[in-house]
Write a protein that binds this ligand. Sequence first.
Ligand code: NAP
Length: 268
Amino acid sequence: MVDALMTGTEKIMPDNTLFSLAGRRALVTGASRGIGLTLARGLGRFGAKIVLNGRHAEALDATRAMLENEGLDAVTAPFDVTDQDAVIGGVEKIEHEYGPIDILINNAGIQRRAPLDQFSRADWDALIATNLNAVFFVGQAVARHMLPRGRGKIVNICSVQSELARPGIAPYTATKGAVKNLTKGMATDWARHGLQINGLAPGYFKTEMNEKLVADQAFTQWLCQRTPAGRWGNVDELVGAAVFLSSDASSFVNGHVLMVDGGMTASV
Ligand code: NAP
């Protein structure tokens, strides 16, 4: 009786390949540096073939060469994720030249800081374009290939700012809150077609985006006090959650946002 209700993915038998990504192709946006690069490398170490995206072909080539030197399988797909035509063309090209995209990590993102009453329209538009519109553009373009295949993983990079504000970054907070709910919407529309769409929400990590904060001793002191784990995150600590959300281990996880923040959002 129960078996009659079962379809597709429930047939996965838990064994030691549950977290394997062998043979899966993963497109990681914003993979030339920072969190995107770390996640690309991490998925590659679990067997995935990596497609590195960013706007700058030379930077991507350098990243590809580095990953290849480490024995990983990586190719590049330079395009601007804020340009919907470029996204559609870029995704078509990957599917045609390299093969099906099994995993999408929607990671490309930017930060702009200013008091809200002085925040410029140009910076607001840039944040919306990169942090929100692009998640829709790339997610939709990739999902259109995944849906007929009845399988695929999408991981949208959210943030502690999907839940919490901080002075000077209200527009960023708005985009990351929207990405959290877009993740739920994607899951609601696409889970029944065999896709899993989830969010991964980093706390504070030392990347180029945060270099001003890292250099600010008062901020670091505040952060270490505010975070139950008492420290900055190390980008490698995001890999486990990304592998989980990209692998068969998360076959019935959908619309979830996994916080990797040293407990920051669990605590006032
Ligand atoms: P980062 O070091 O500044 O890297 C951003 C990446 O995105 C770069 O590879 C950049 O490459 C790419 N990118 C930017 N605009 C793009 C566009 N229009 N099209 C294609 N690629 C683009 O940032 P990060 O700290 O690794 O952050 C990555 C993600 O994690 C972002 O979504 C961010 O909001 C999120 N996050 C970060 C933290 C943190 O502590 N660092 C915390 C929470 C969430 P090019 O400039 O060469 O295009």
